[in-house]
Design a protein around this ligand. Structure first.
Ligand SMILES: *Cc1c(COP(=O)(O)O)cnc(C)c1O
Ligand SMILES: [Zn+2]
Length: 408
């Protein structure tokens, strides 16, 4: 049993039944939003139901997900990721309390697993055996993994600059990988044409409204792990904008069902070299595409396809937008590693850099509590890890020599 009532166009308000293979609005091309009947849902979906439920994965919130009661969850364990209380890291930033939500421990090591697991479930529900997406890397590797685990075929379009760690995952999972000579936008365009031509299931988050439904489970977990005490702020790194919109919807759903009493404010963090969503938020104007000048490949999206949900989420939460340089991202990778023992890829650490900047700018007061979502694992992008942390000491196999070096 789920409580989905319909899909509604964000632009023209056109309402339609929630078919498994929904993409953009058939009338105007706007992005769709999945709606729930919260009045009915709240009679069943309560803290007690969850407290008694053993399933630790993202599917523990299935009443507020677009899946049938008898759906078969994918075999890989997605979600149920740890939330770490990080007092030393919090103190370093000047915050009263800071938690790290480590999404890097998902099966393919990024938060994209939540969306891709949902895509695989919806593809099977719709009778598809082939599924495709364009991605800067993580959506692709997560989709390839989910597809492999369920016996689906995956077709993946990545931009030229996708790091090898991510491409290796794709190939190991048996995906058909097309490395497109161009940027993310070129990869996206070619994927859209191919999906159209061959009729594959479309996992692109810029058109598939169910991807956000998968991602929202991260917010539900954060709230439950904090015993339903909402943090003041949640810091999210932003590329296409689906993640931050999903985080907002997760908290919003819980609020509508009466599981939390207030909503957090969202800190939208982008790379200074590619920040079209934050620029549009700051100006209160339309989105202007930008170049993709950052080493944080997962958030290097110069032309986000559907920024509306992200912009609405930041505004509705009374949030803020902060841009960070590549140097600040590398520094945040070191800080996170040294003070919390968590290794993030650049996009995963960007939100921490943004949080630090926002505290310094007085956007967050020192008494604020905050959660930083580490969206992806550092092993995905080893060369930037080395860039952040430097090289090891090269030593001869000689203790006397070592004594001298370690004293120096
Ligand atoms: C995709 C991704 C993001 C940003 O998510 P969007 O939905 O594109 O805004 C951030 N960090 C990592 C590691 C990602 O893979
Ligand atoms: Zn429409």
């Amino acid at each position: 049993m789920n409580y989905v009532s319909s899909a509604v166009c964000m632009v023209c308000g056109h309402e339609m039944p929630p078919a498994a293979d929904l993409t953009l609005c058939p009338r105007c091309g706007g992005l769709l939003d999945i709606r729930y009947d919260y009045r009915r849902a709240r009679q069943r979906f309560c803290r007690g139901l969850l407290a008694a439920r053993k399933d630790p994965t993202m599917w523990r919130y299935r009443e507020l997900l677009p899946v049938a009661a008898d759906f078969a969850p994918p075999p890989l364990r997605v979600g149920g990721t740890p939330l770490y209380d990080c007092p030393r890291l919090g103190a370093a930033l000047g915050l009263k309390r800071l938690w790290i939500k480590d999404e890097g421990v998902n099966p393919t090591a990024s938060m994209k697993d939540r969306a891709s697991a949902m895509a695989a479930v919806k593809a099977v529900e719709g009778g598809y055996s082939q599924i495709a997406c364009a991605s800067t890397g993580n959506a692709a590797s997560s989709l390839a993994g989910a597809a492999a685990s369920m016996g689906l075929r995956s077709y993946i379009f990545v931009p030229q600059r996708a790091p090898m760690g991510k491409i290796a995952q794709l190939l190991i999972f048996g995906a058909r990988v097309m490395r497109v000579q161009g940027d993310y936008q070129d990869a996206f365009r070619l994927s859209a044409q191919a999906i159209d031509h061959w009729g594959w299931y479309n996992r692109n988050a810029a058109v598939n409204p169910y991807m956000l439904e998968g991602k929202k489970t991260v917010a539900m977990e954060i709230a439950e792990q904090l015993q339903w005490q909402t943090p003041d702020w949640v810091a999210v790194s932003v590329g296409d904008g689906c993640t931050i919109a999903g985080v907002w919807k997760g908290f919003h759903d819980l609020y509508e069902c009466g599981l939390i009493q207030r909503l957090p404010r969202l800190l939208s963090v982008q790379a200074a070299g590619c920040c079209p969503i934050n620029a549009a938020f700051a100006k209160g104007g339309p989105l202007v595409p930008q170049e993709e000048n950052t080493l944080a490949d997962s958030i290097a999206v110069g032309h986000p396809r559907n920024p509306d949900k992200a912009l609405q989420a930041i505004a509705a939460s009374q949030g803020a937008a902060v841009n960070v340089t590549d140097e600040e991202i590398l520094a945040a990778m070191r800080l996170l590693g040294r003070l919390a023992g968590v290794f993030a890829e650049p996009a995963g650490a960007a939100a921490l850099a943004g949080l630090s900047k926002a505290v310094q700018a007085g956007i967050l007061p020192p008494e604020a509590t905050a959660v930083h979502i580490v969206t992806g694992n550092g092993l995905k992008d080893v060369s930037n890890g080395i860039k952040a942390a430097g090289e090891p000491m090269d030593v001869p196999p000689d203790l006397e020599d070592l004594k001298k070096r370690l004293q120096a």
